[in-house]
Design a protein around this ligand. Structure first.
Ligand code: DAH
Length: 339
């Protein structure tokens, strides 16, 4: 072969290879082009190299130099094409080229936990009845958890085995402190801080050393209600709870009071409501005991009040037919997704 035709062949090959690399749309096509032109065994460049042996002896240096130049140029074109296709990793750069005008992939959104939804809804319902939201600490002293609530030292509810007392508080000499066992503590905190009339609810966590089962959990939520004013009666309590139940459960609701006992109310009742021809227990309630009013400096001859305390897990479970309250704490999205 003459030197001129060898050089022409190389030029044509280089142009063809550069064009092929540029046209490769993805990593697989680019790899195919690489094998076609730069393949070590039967690439077109390898073939062209064989032509070197056919040029005249005197032309060999020029032909070899040209071959090396072309080879480098083709390799550089391949490297550039590879760069353009991304990292050169087939898994990353295969597939159609990125189109910035395409809509994005929608991320999977979560939502509020069913108990949070319930708490928000209860606040909403009671807010419409004129109750504002009050808060109290989860770590409490004995005055707010027991004494001001008329729960005497010897009462079984104060047994250390029935409560989460905090060992550190004792060590610090701060007096006994415990994780509150009921949101009734907030009744005391609110009444200490303001004069009547009072019309509040409080929603939050309470703690008891109970073994977890379908209806118990060592931490759960209560909604506490307190209304203190002149001439408050049991009828006000009953109609408030009926309106509450009607709003939360829907439909025509009957409320039933069963005589009961709580140290902080007199008289005390357990509240049942009829739902789908079943009576279900909602919680405790009653007229605020005069001793409680006195403990916060209110005059029981001037004002009276009612209070109630309901389990949030319980009302939520009833409405949604959840049979095991532990489901609320398992964080299984298959359960949570249903709310
Ligand atoms: N604190 C009571 C409990 O945890 C529930 C309760 C009963 C709250 C009667 C009240 C009430 O405000 O009046 O079992």
């Amino acid at each position: 072969m003459s030197l001129a035709s060898f050089l022409a062949e190389l030029d044509a090959l280089a142009a063809e290879a550069v064009k092929a690399f540029a046209a490769a749309m993805d990593a697989a096509a680019l790899e195919a082009a690489r094998v076609e032109y730069l393949g070590a065994k039967s690439g077109k460049l390898k073939d062209a190299q064989k032509g070197l042996g056919t040029v005249g002896k005197d032309d060999k240096p020029a032909a070899g130099k040209k071959f090396n130049e072309v080879k480098q140029a083709v390799e550089a074109a391949f490297a550039a094409a590879q760069e353009r296709a991304g990292s050169g990793d087939a898994a990353v750069s295969s597939g159609p080229p990125f189109d910035p005008s395409q809509p994005g992939a929608r991320p999977r959104l979560g939502h509020l936990h069913p108990l949070t939804q319930t708490i928000d809804e209860l606040k909403d319902i009671m807010g419409r009845l004129g109750f504002s939201v009050a808060q109290g600490p989860e770590i409490e002293d004995e005055r707010h958890n027991f004494e001001a609530l008329n729960i005497p030292q010897a009462h079984p509810a104060r047994d250390p085995l029935e409560n989460f007392y905090l060992a550190t508080a004792e060590k610090l000499g701060a007096g006994p402190m415990l994780l509150r066992s009921q949101t009734s503590t907030v009744q005391i905190r609110v009444m200490e801080a303001q004069r009547p009339p009072v019309r509040i609810i409080s929603l939050g966590r309470v703690y008891r050393p109970d073994t977890a089962d379908a209806t118990h959990y060592p931490m759960f939520h209560q909604i506490e209600g307190l209304l203190v004013d002149k001439h408050v009666t049991m009828a006000d309590l009953k109609s408030t709870l009926r309106l509450f139940a009607k709003s939360y459960f829907g439909g025509e609701v009957h409320i039933r009071f069963r005589p009961s006992f709580f140290p902080f109310t007199e008289p005390s009742v357990e509240v049942d409501m009829q739902w789908h021809d079943r009576w279900i227990e909602m919680g405790g309630a009653g007229m605020v005991d005069p001793n409680v009013l006195r403990a916060v400096g209110y005059d029981p001859d001037e004002v009276s009040g009612f209070a109630f305390g309901l389990g949030v897990e319980r009302v939520c479970a009833r409405r949604h037919h959840v049979t095991d309250i532990r489901e609320f704490y398992r964080n299984d999205v298959r359960f949570l997704e249903q709310f």
